[in-house]
Design a protein around this ligand. Sequence first.
Ligand code: 5GP
Ligand code: ZN
Length: 109
Amino acid sequence: MSADCIFCKIVAGYIPSKTIFQDDEVIAFHDIRPLAKVHFLIVPKAHIETLKDCTAEHQALLGKMMLLAAQLAAEQGLTGYKTVMNVGREGGQEVFHIHLHVFGGGPAA
Ligand code: 5GP
Ligand code: ZN
């Protein structure tokens, strides 16, 4: 856990979130500022700052995040959706704890 990381605080339960899934490795919750009718984030529980920090040891975790995107999107009633991982400041990343965005259902109301 990183003391200044907002997603580590969500993982630890210090900050509430609208959680839709969790197990020992990942948590998924609705984005606080949704950009689509359905917009959730899939977040590893371990603090990894960016995709650039991932190595072969993270391969299974990254694959799990993608498969979970498909599973949770279906559970949220989406038949089509977009997945995005922003990487680094120039890639639009604001929270430096890796996360996969899942967007669907059209623009946020
Ligand atoms: P990034 O730009 O780093 O890819 O996306 C970070 C996302 O985290 C943003 O869409 C932002 O709305 C979301 N976010 C930031 N703080 C919180 C929070 O405290 N709770 C939740 N649920 N989402 C957050
Ligand atoms: Zn973190």
